[in-house]
Design a protein around this ligand. Structure first.
Ligand code: FA5
Length: 340
């Protein structure tokens, strides 16, 4: 038997003895590496005496190709075997029931905001999103509160490091943005969003809370429109029997200004703990848009008029669900949140 035939038979026998991919790769290095036996057999062609060189060379190349083909086939089979073993060992039982996904729910503040928004959209109001980071001019000055205006004290806020840039204390600066965007068209929008105040946290006051602002501008908008809108809202939100009371008040950006109460939802006006024996609960501040503010928004107050209101949905949710502490809203306590 020639050396080449012996080499081929040994290589095939060792190839068949390889149990896995790693063993096959070692085999490949042994025969086909730089110093591998097949490589050396090919190098030897040059040393064979000329009469035998041609037949030796042909045989060496045939063996090289046969071993390469045998190696590739063995490698393919080893990979297939490994895959089948893994599939078998890590089998997934697709008939097992899945792990239940716990359903979340909307936060009570979001639920209340959405109810308010759906009532006002039914009444023909659009929703306008306005920024939470404001400048001093829009939060105060353009709303008729120049520097040193005493009303600024009760609307103190958090300031950024950029001079004049602050977190808005109310949604009212959105009035300026919406007026400047739509002037001279008529406007009917609500502006929901988060507000921030630098004030003591109490059971009724947080340093961050939602407000929903309302704004209507047109040629003949009157206090009667404001009253009709508020009564329609209160009845849809709290029940058809609700009575609404208007008290005069003061806001620098409305004239005249009012505060709106409705009869207590617990005692219907007789007087109880919730309404502090008054029979009435405050739901919002409102009024006719001040001529200065109309002008700052681009509207001529001799031609246009408008009403605006602002309410706190957290306080409204507190009334609806008899929540006694506003701090619960952001306390992230599931025992509280899961009740809604
Ligand atoms: C204002 O913020 C006016 N911008 C409202 C307004 C708009 C009047 C348009 C006229 C025309 P006031 O500070 O009262 O007003 O706040 C309005 C509502 O926000 C309150 O009735 C209350 O529901 C809510 N609110 C105010 N401060 C807090 C607070 N610290 N925590 C929770 N809710 C608050």
């Amino acid at each position: 038997m020639s050396d080449l035939t012996a080499l081929e038979q040994r290589a095939i026998a060792e190839l068949h003895a390889c149990g896995d991919e790693a063993a096959l790769r070692q085999w490949h290095t042994r025969y086909f590496g730089k110093q591998g036996e097949v490589a050396l057999a090919l190098k030897r062609i040059a040393e064979v005496p000329p009469p035998d060189r041609r037949s030796y060379g042909q045989e060496a190349n045939r063996i090289k190709e046969a071993l390469t083909a045998a190696y590739e086939e063995a490698l393919r089979q080893a990979k297939e075997r490994a895959l089948n073993e893994t599939l078998h060992a890590d089998a997934v039982d697709v008939t097992l029931p899945g792990r239940p996904v716990r359903r979340g729910r909307l936060h009570v503040a979001t639920q209340t905001l959405r109810t308010i928004a759906s009532i006002f959209t039914e009444l023909g109001f659009q929703i306008y999103r306005s920024r939470e980071v404001e400048d001093d001019a829009t939060n105060f000055e353009l709303l008729n509160m120049p520097p040193h205006h005493p009303a600024r004290d009760m609307w103190d806020t958090f300031y950024t490091e950029v001079p004049g840039v602050l977190l808005r204390t109310h949604t009212s600066p959105g009035q300026i943005h919406v007026m400047r965007e739509f002037c001279p068209k008529p406007i009917r929008v609500i502006l929901p969003g988060m507000c921030y105040r630098y004030e003591a946290i109490t059971p009724r006051s947080e340093i961050m809370f939602h407000q929903v602002e309302g704004l209507a501008i047109g040629r003949h908008v009157t206090m009667a429109d404001l009253k009709g809108t508020i009564v329609a809202f209160a009845r849809r939100m709290f029940g058809e029997q609700r009575r609404v009371r208007i008290r005069s008040s003061y806001f620098p950006f409305t004239e005249p200004s009012i505060e709106v109460d409705m009869d207590c939802i617990v005692c219907s006006g007789k007087g109880c703990g919730l309404c502090k024996r008054m029979g009435w609960l405050e739901i919002m501040g409102a009024g006719m848009v001040h001529p200065v503010v109309l002008r700052n928004g681009g509207y001529d107050p001799d031609e246009y008029s408008g009403f605006a209101f602002g309410m706190g949905p957290q306080r409204i949710a507190m009334l609806q669900y008899a929540i006694d502490d506003i701090r619960q809203f952001w306390a992230n306590d599931l025992r509280f949140l899961q009740q809604f």
